[in-house]
Design a protein around this ligand. Structure first.
Ligand code: HAM
Length: 466
């Protein structure tokens, strides 16, 4: 941890890859969280949450090497057995959650008998990955998880993709900003087998394809050779199927109901069904096929997808994990979902001028004060400020006042405007007669009101101008 020592004592900085959320940053974070929550609820998902740390074994089962190498390990340090285990194996019994899918699968497996099919869940957990921090990637981040459990159909795949697109629309993003890149692990595996890769080497080949962009070409080629894969011929074949599928997608988008596709393989037939479901939800224009996507997490089974904006790392990723719940002791249960991080999403919003300014955030988050109370008279007016603020708050209104000692009304009105207050209530000499002067800061009009009329008047005004 970075620290500096000054006369006033030790100063600390947050650990690398973490963020401090001051009010301005917190408002932006809430904006994203609120949009996630609103859109998930609109699409029929129920919110869940799990613990921040889990047994590290939960991730060993099926998260894949990438995530296992990035676990933030945790232990209480209280039990000698735990300390011994850490010393002996270098692995702590717990880990801060690097992702949510294992927790979700564990939770579903535990209550499977009493849960409906499908179950539609969403969560907004904080995650921890000991990655090297870089643009779009931190060590602590928020991730919106949207999952449909207990439905193996293409309709469920399309349902979660539609929720992601619904979120983009809610935030003002358009299909020109982002692409949902669709793929299918079964199809890629089928093609690997057809090109001579033995069954036992298929998972290794998928991992290789996932890492292809991140390794030098000669390393990729020699690793392919080790598992009997001719990468050039294989990728040419994959590109050919991808081209056909994208032509089918374009044909459907242009209103041709039955595009010509070879449906002989179950995987391509599944993709055609997915296309129809995406078309029914009017989101085809956001999608394209990209079979270079196989996803790093080892639990994915069929459909997989990533959502990307030009020049950015993935904003979201997900897919089917039809065997994970069974692996955690539940009944065989198909499931599909995705995770969307807040880091890349914020970058994309900012780059496209779509992150609202402070005033719009206050409006969206409903944090605008209803009333800002100001004294414009002598000591008796000053003394009336605190009781009036208390009265407004008891009436359920959001009331603020200035903490400055100035009695300059212009400065105080500036304070009111700076926190985006809807009205300024000015206490002057008329207060002893029971009236106050109210300035509606949204339209500049002035009004004289009886004190007891204030809460009702402010509420009506807010309702009329939401
Ligand atoms: P993932 O691809 O590992 O999938 O992560 C999904 C998204 O989380 C990424 O596209 C990215 O936006 C964000 N993300 C991942 N790592 C970081 C990081 N270090 N810093 C900032 N953002 C990050 C999963 O986690 C799956 N469990 C998603 C899922 C849910 N699959 C099915 N249901």
């Amino acid at each position: 941890m970075a620290e500096t020592e000054g006369k006033r004592g030790k100063k600390f900085q947050g650990p690398k890859g973490t963020r401090d959320f001051y009010p301005r940053e917190m408002a932006r974070r809430r904006y994203i969280e609120q949009a996630w929550r609103k859109v998930a609820i609109r699409h029929g998902f129920d919110e869940i949450e799990g613990p921040t740390f889990e047994s590290s074994d939960l991730y060993a089962v099926k998260s894949g090497e990438g995530i296992l190498g990035e676990l933030f390990q945790a232990f209480s340090g209280k039990s000698p057995e735990e300390v011994e285990q850490v010393k002996a194996t270098g692995r702590a019994p717990y880990a801060l959650r690097p992702e949510f899918t294992p927790t979700l699968a564990r939770m579903f497996a535990d209550k499977a008998a009493s849960l409906p099919r499908p179950t539609k869940w969403f969560a907004i957990p904080l995650h921890y990955r000991a990655e090297r921090p870089q643009r779009g990637r931190l060590r602590e981040f928020l991730q919106w998880n949207v999952d449909v459990i207990g439905d193996g159909s293409a309709a469920a795949d399309a349902e979660v993709i539609a929720a992601a697109v619904g979120l983009f629309r809610e935030l003002g993003l358009e299909s020109k900003h982002l692409t949902v890149r669709l793929s299918n692990r079964d199809l890629v595996s089928e093609m690997l087998r057809a090109s001579g890769v033995g069954e036992a080497s298929v998972p290794a080949a998928l991992t290789l394809l996932d890492r292809r962009d991140r390794m030098p070409p000669e390393v990729f080629e020699s690793s392919c050779a080790e598992i009997g894969l001719d990468p050039i011929a294989f990728i040419r074949g994959l590109d050919e199927v991808q081209k056909q599928m994208n032509e089918a997608l374009a044909a459907l988008e242009n209103g041709r109901a039955n595009p010509p596709i070879d449906r002989s393989s179950p995987a391509t037939a599944g993709l055609v069904a997915l296309l129809a479901e995406l078309a029914a939800r009017d989101i085809l224009k956001w999608c394209e096929f990209d079979f270079s996507i196989v996803r790093g997490l080892a639990y994915y089974t069929g459909t997989v997808f990533e959502i990307t904006a030009q020049g950015q790392r993935a904003i979201a990723g997900g897919g089917r994990y039809d065997r994970l719940i069974e692996m955690f002791g539940g009944p065989p249960t198909p499931a599909v979902g995705f995770g969307m991080g807040d880091v890349v999403l914020s970058l994309v919003l900012e780059e496209n001028g779509l992150m609202p300014d402070e005033a719009m955030l206050a409006e969206y988050l409903n944090t605008r004060p209803d009333a800002f109370i100001i004294s414009a008279g002598g000591p008796e007016c000053d003394a009336a400020v605190v009781p009036l603020v208390a009265e407004m708050r008891q009436a359920g209104l959001h009331a603020r006042r200035s903490y400055k000692s100035t009695s300059k009304i212009d400065k105080l009105l500036k304070d009111a405007a700076a926190c985006f207050a809807r009205t300024a209530i000015i206490i002057d000499d008329a207060y002893s007669g029971g009236t106050v002067s109210v300035k509606d800061l949204t339209d500049g009009t002035q009004h004289i009101l009886k004190r007891e009329e204030l809460p009702g008047w402010i509420r009506d005004r807010r309702a009329a101008k939401p």
